[in-house]
Design a protein around this ligand. Structure first.
Ligand code: CUA
Length: 407
């Protein structure tokens, strides 16, 4: 039945865990509305014939026939009630599916997607990247974190029944779990200029083992693009084995984030990044917000939009100053600095003068970082402890401690 309807309605393959449920609601709505339309058309045809104008009717309609019989009233009420129940039923089913689509499972693997005129770029947690081909493992939830380098694009995988806009300066997310290995087309579904129709890609779903092997074949991400200069504190050897989170830490140092933020929970000018991801952030306006990828990115691009309570509004906007790839690496680093709790928890609000907030540091298992060598600071200096932070102190501040060493 499912397969028959799928073919009759010209729907693409159902290659994700959500596809079938979405199609079932679609079938339900289509069948009911088609049956309703047929019924109305048949009734109309019958009435046209049965009550067509005849010579004996005269010109003026019969007064008596204009009175509404009681049965007709209840019939009408029944029809309206039935339609209302149908509508609310569809809404409830659709709403539940929407929530399921919007909330990625806690164990979802994050892959960063950047749209630009006119191609898609994908960056994996191990720091490798690919263009126009997205590799994902089957039977594992994958969260795509979308952004754009230029204009609005939209990432659409018909076979997975997922679609989401990629917006410059923002991070949107979608997730799916592919059910079988194969090749699935990706389309851009937002008119983005001359080459819009050529902005295509493929999702290649692989078995777990093939996926791991394939990722090793991919080139390492060039975080800052061609103009990006390698910081002196990273040796060539460690740069080869950088994970995306480690690149994020490097970007954080290069862009000066660590002048105001800490990675170990210590209070400073800005909120600490330790435990920030997925925490419940109190805002200056009194509301609270979940610190997800979207909020973290918005706070980089437009920090005043939703300011963390207890901190002075001193952060400059970074819109246009950090690339989409760098933003992805930063978000991955902040994700790395947190475990991912089942529920949310309170953000370590750090008013001035309060003692350092102690949070457990443990890397999520899904973000196993490849380890490289501990770099030596610029100009020699005191070599950091093997377990110390991999960057030198900025502006004479004591280096954050307690963070697990990154490559
Ligand atoms: Cu990108 Cu249309």
């Amino acid at each position: 039945m499912n397969e028959f309807l799928r073919r009759v309605l010209f729907l693409p393959r159902q290659a994700s865990t959500m596809a079938r449920d979405i199609d079932h609601l679609h079938y339900f709505v289509i069948i009911v509305t088609m049956a309703g339309a047929t019924l109305v058309a048949l009734a109309a045809a019958y009435f046209i014939l049965r009550y067509r104008r005849r010579p004996e009717h005269g010109v003026v309609p019969n007064r008596k026939s204009r009175e509404l019989p009681l049965m007709a009233f209840w019939f009408e009420l029944g029809v309206i009630g039935f339609l209302l129940v149908l509508f609310v039923g569809w809404w409830v089913v659709g709403f539940r599916q929407f929530v399921r689509l919007e909330v990625p499972p806690a164990n979802a693997m994050g892959i960063y997607v950047t749209g630009k005129q006119w191609m898609w770029t994908f960056v994996y947690p191990n720091g490798r990247s690919s263009n126009a081909v997205l590799y994902v493992p089957a039977h594992q939830p994958v969260q795509l974190l979308l952004s754009s380098r230029d204009v609005i694009h939209s990432f659409y995988v018909p076979d997975f029944r997922v679609k989401k806009d990629a917006i410059p300066g923002r991070m949107t997310s979608l997730w799916f779990e592919a059910t079988e290995p194969g090749i699935y087309p990706v389309y851009c579904t937002e008119y983005c200029g001359e080459g819009h129709s050529t902005m295509r890609a493929e999702v290649i779903v692989l078995s777990e083992a093939d996926y791991v092997a394939q990722l090793e074949q991919l080139p390492r991400l060039d975080v800052g693009g061609p103009s990006y200069t390698e910081p002196a504190l990273i040796s060539a050897a460690s740069a080869e084995s950088l994970s995306l989170a480690a690149m994020g830490e490097r970007v954080a140092v290069m862009k000066g984030c660590m002048r105001c933020h800490t990675a170990d929970g210590a209070p400073h000018i800005g909120p600490t990044w330790l435990g920030l991801y997925r925490s419940d952030v109190p805002l200056a306006g009194g509301e609270r917000i979940l610190a997800d990828e979207a909020y973290l990115t918005e706070s980089m691009m437009d920090p005043m939009a939703q300011l963390h309570a207890g901190f002075r509004p001193v952060m400059p906007p970074y819109q246009g100053l950090i690339s989409a790839a760098e933003t992805g690496a930063l978000v991955e680093y902040i994700r790395y600095l947190s475990t991912r709790p089942a529920g949310t928890r309170l953000s370590p609000l750090a008013p001035r003068g309060s003692p350092s907030v102690q949070l457990p540091v443990s890397a999520p298992a899904a973000l196993e970082l490849e380890r490289g060598t501990v770099p030596v600071p610029i100009g020699g200096g005191v070599p950091p402890r093997p377990d110390g932070p991999p960057y030198p102190p900025m502006f004479g501040e004591p280096p954050p401690s307690g963070v697990e060493a990154l490559p």
